[in-house]
Write a protein that binds this ligand. Structure first.
Ligand code: ADP
Ligand code: MG
Length: 423
């Protein structure tokens, strides 16, 4: 039997916390059997590697491994995706189609976010688990399959059962063995280890020197709460790797990347306002960014129209100098009207933190730079949005209706966002 260390190396799993080692050991032990396994743990803790280990160490390894994200498939099509359908079963079903349970015969299916399965699908799943039988949608012919199921969830299944959103019998059938992965905040000794791994991966990817943390930054990183777990840590390592020109990251720099901290890497307007971030100011930031982006978009539309009407790039550039300047930032002139460019460029530049060497940057590069900044801005925007949603949900104890009302969006939109951010 392969050792825990060898498995970690083979599957690129970093960390040495006893709870992580136990989880891997359990996966190794159950792999050769056909027992159903339920992997539990918060979002971003690394649940996806467990079913891979189980499949690779089982006698099924030469057959198919299919990972299905149950939360991402619309309710109307999930039965057909999993079990297939007959020709003519519903409008648009022009061909008979095999589902995952047929395709993966002899292999393993990983049902991620299994708690999201509609109740009708749960009934079909229970039947497959109990006797390997299923029906294609629109068919009455019983088919057989031999599939091993590994499921994962980040929701509290007992709560789901209580609310009658999940069948109790299915839960027990799925969770013959439960493998739990601890949240990152309970794996403090692994945090810096993981960061170093991600920093070196991103250095290679972006062909830049590896970022390193100062002692105080290591401390800050270790004490942080990591609501998004390893996924969030990886994300921050990537941002630092791409954005920071100074490759030694101090706690002051790091603070700007950790949500909820005193200063963010967002617009300067916020830096000078309240030091602690509260809900209303976050909403203001969002509105401001959205507003500015909309303004930029309109300016770009104008410019594109000009270009379409008047194909001569040089003329358009000349006639729309101020517009171009507004969209792409200040130009080289010493006497640029600072006030005028302030609204659109403060937040862009404050993200970069380092002055742009305007006078040696050729025009083309400047446009390119502006594009990159815009992308980063969108990134921060997503991060802020994610935080807003999380906080609102926490405040209302997960009640989506109340959170949606507070955020001023429909419940449906909130639901989509929750999916999008893997909350
Ligand atoms: N122990 C680990 N070592 C290295 N990377 C990890 C580890 N655990 C998770 N990751 C990375 O973190 C991210 C989130 O992991 P994932 O398995 O998708 O989380 P979950 O399914 O629990 O939400 C992935 O990019 C994954 O590669
Ligand atoms: Mg996942």
């Amino acid at each position: 039997m392969e050792s825990v260390q060898a498995i970690k190396q083979r599957f690129g799993i970093i960390g040495n916390t006893p709870a992580l080692n136990r989880a891997i050991e359990k996966a190794i032990q159950v792999a050769p059997t056909d027992i159903s396994v339920l992997v539990t743990g918060e979002s971003g803790v690394g649940k996806e590697s467990i079913p891979k280990i189980i499949h690779q160490l089982s006698h099924r390894k030469h057959n198919k491994y299919i990972a299905v994200n149950c939360g991402a498939i619309p309710e109307g099509t999930i039965d057909s995706e999993l079990f297939g359908h007959e020709k003519g079963a519903f409008t648009g079903a022009s061909q008979t189609r095999a589902g995952y349970f047929e395709v993966a015969d002899g292999g393993t299916i990983f049902l991620d976010e299994v708690g999201e399965l509609p109740l009708t699908t749960q009934v079909r799943l229970l039947r497959v688990l109990e006797n390997g039988e299923f029906l294609k949608v629109g068919s009455s012919k019983v088919q057989k399959t031999n599939v091993r199921i590994v499921a994962a969830t980040n929701v509290n299944m007992f709560e789901a059962i209580e609310k009658e959103k999940f069948r109790e019998d299915l839960y027990y059938r799925l969770s013959t063995v439960d493998i739990n992965l601890p949240p990152l905040r309970e794996r403090q000794e692994d945090i810096h280890l993981l960061f170093r791994k991600f920093a070196s991966d991103f250095a290679l990817k972006y062909k830049m020197p590896t970022v390193k943390l100062s002692d105080s930054a290591i401390q800050m990183l270790t004490k942080f709460r990591w609501g998004g777990n390893i996924r969030q840590l990886r994300n921050i390592a990537e941002q630092l790797s791409v954005l920071e020109q100074n490759r030694t990251i101090t706690s002051e720099i790091l603070r700007g990347y950790l949500p909820d901290s005193a200063s963010t890497n967002l617009p300067a307007v916020i830096k000078t306002s309240k030091s602690e971030s509260d809900f209303s100011s976050e909403r203001e930031i969002l509105y401001k960014i959205l507003f500015d982006m909309k303004g930029d978009l309109n300016d770009l539309k104008k410019l594109t129209m000009e270009l379409m009407k008047n194909g001569n790039t040089k003329d358009v550039e000349k006639n729309n100098e101020s517009l171009i300047q507004k969209i792409y930032g200040e130009n080289d002139d010493e006497d640029t009207d600072y006030e005028e460019s302030l609204d659109t460029s403060t937040e862009l530049l404050s993200i970069a933190e380092h002055p742009v060497e305007e006078d040696i940057t050729p025009i083309q590069d400047k446009y390119h730079f502006a594009e990159e900044i815009e992308e980063e801005e969108t990134l921060s925007l997503h991060q802020k949005e994610l935080e807003l949603i999380k906080k609102s949900l926490e405040r209302h104890q997960g009640k989506r209706k109340l959170a949606a009302a507070e955020l001023g969006i429909s419940e449906r939109t909130l639901y989509r966002k929750i999916k999008q951010y893997d909350l």
